[in-house]
Ligand binder design. Sequence first.
Ligand code: C2E
Ligand code: MG
Ligand code: MG
Length: 720
Amino acid sequence: MAVAVSPDQAAPSSGVTADGVTADRATDDGVTRFSTLWAQTLVDGGTVAGTVAEVTGELEPIALRLAGALAEDAGTAIGHEIATALADLGYPLTEIVASTVTVLLGDAVLLTGHDTGRLRALIGAVAEGLAKVASERTLAEQEERQQATLTAVRASEVNRRTTEARFLALFEQTAAGIGIATTSGYVIEGNAAWAAMLGCTPEEMRGRKVMDLVGPGGSPEVLTRYREMLAGECDQFRIEATHRSLDGRTMDLDLSISRVRGDDPAQDFVVGVAIDITERKKLQNRLWYEARHDALTGLPNRTLFLERLAGLLAGPRPPVQFGLCYLDLDSFKSVNDGLGHEVGDRLLIRVADRLREATAGSGGLLARLGGDEFGVLVEGCATLNQVADQVLASLVPPFVIDGRELTVSASVGVVDTVTATPEADALMQAADISLYLAKSRGRGRWERHDPRRNALQVTRATLATEMSSALARGEFFLEYQPLVSLDDGRVRRVEALVRWRHPRLGLLQPDEFIEIAEESGHIVPLGGWVLRTACQQAHEWHHRFPDAEVGVNVNVAVGQLYDPHLLDYVRDTLEETDLPSRLLHLELTESAVLGDTHGPLTVLTGLAATGVRFAIDDFGTGYSNLVRLGRLPACELKIAGSFLQRTPGDEPVNDKILPAIISLAHSLGLTVTAEGVETRPQAERLRLLGCDAAQGWFFGRPLPSDEITRLIAEPSPSVF
Ligand code: C2E
Ligand code: MG
Ligand code: MG
């Protein structure tokens, strides 16, 4: 601890004489003790960090130097030297001046014997040195700091310039259009991309009113929102919009407009970024289009149709009234099966064209809903029937494809939101039910949904799912219609016609379910059952009336002809029922065997080898391909009933065609049966034309087997 004493009072501590003259050199011990006292003072005063021992160690060399200075007259330079040494130790010079001087005054005697004058001079030199070095060091530090600040400022300047240059490059070279404008609506700056989008140069737009540049071609929504932003209603908006440039180009833009706020509202500005998304939009539109259109006909597809339907249903309240026509081509399958899918596709394209024309005026949406199904969505209910009429009328003129005339009709289910539940599923189901009704009532017609017809709430899909269990439960049965010989009026054969006694719907005629059976694949088991039942029955008649030689005609659908097991099935059935094959005639429709596809021919040849005969059914309603007719192993031609109907205007034509067909068939070695003979004059005329047999209500309706048995047992006298 330093003792505050004046130099005059300093008490000698070792080897000090009474006159104050001490020995020349300090002892090591004295230097250490001085250093300790000095260190203690500095540490206790809180000016130097560290322990007393550490600081003592640091101060000892300096104390030694002080001792030396006291021993020989060191001059003032010593003060600077000591101060520098202390500054180098990191001691705060200005703060240690007082305590250092105090220690020197009090305890310098420990260092050496000295005279007071020299001590005073030393203390003065040290004090001055400390002050001087302290000030030198402060200056140096300040300079250093200044230098560092200067360097930092320079670096930040360089940084700023680099950033600016980068931003400028970005601004000028980016594909995005960037424009900066005042909040009063004047362009401050715009890059080349934006200028190109607007249809001018960056120089031309600087200082111009934004509205003059974007106003003429901007979308109204963008302009409204931009004005709202200028009025302070929002700070930012993003929008996709179509823009027309000043030079007349149209493009799709993704626009992002922001108001950038400064500390002072007067310095606010508006930044707009525009990205040209025309190509992306085009791609998006194309993908959207492809997902919602039918590739074959180019019409909207089921997805788009159902979306529109959902859109109308979700529309404003009270909802708009609308309706739809659900159209299905009649017997389109036979075109595909008979003439091949390529012809089928071309026919569909032509049908679509006709429908497009027919519905153009209705403002409705025409769509292809599936294979041969089309839909028309019409707003308002008043014109629905008219649309259905026009659609049907448009299909009446025959289609000419590859020089071949094809006749197509359609059945249409019509439904509206007033009478049916206005829900998508309910509407489609109601339309399907009405379509089914149109089919079962004779095709080529439309039926409007009738909510009172609830009992008949059955769709084609329901019937299809019920078919196999119906077969197992024995709901199908056969009736037989006589084919009568025109020369003696005797029953030569009977045609087996299937019926369905449906538990809910009552008696269903084949027109109501054969097509469904074909489409759903049930025709193979159903047809198989018909064949077996008819053969069993024919065998029974043959067994009871061996001389009557009554054969049975069984209808075979196209789907059965493509069944690989058909040949075996027919062979097995004949064997198991023990029916002579000559008594079985298979009726094949024209479309199945006279078309362009060759598939069935092999099967027919195989079947012919078993001895069964073929009849071409409904001749004249399809392709009437006479060349092919000659190549088939057929033995009978059944002329469609329509040839007998004498509609005014058709008479001369039909009058000529009928005899021509009969004589042609005879020349090909075929017997001829006329179908749909309803009157005596028709029967009479056919007989005179040399037609071999006839079938129709005039001779007998389809009857249960026991009534046929009676007919065979007791032949009625000739009707002629
Ligand atoms: P289809 O083979 O041409 O059979 C003759 C159809 O004409 C029968 O109708 C018959 O009732 C009807 N018909 C008979 N005489 C007259 C007449 O004088 N005037 C009129 N207007 N019609 C007459 P049905 O029983 O309704 O059968 C319709 C069609 O269903 C049949 O036409 C046939 O193509 C098909 N079909 C019937 N049973 C079967 C079957 O077991 N299998 C297959 N694949 N089709 C069948
Ligand atoms: Mg038939
Ligand atoms: Mg027929």
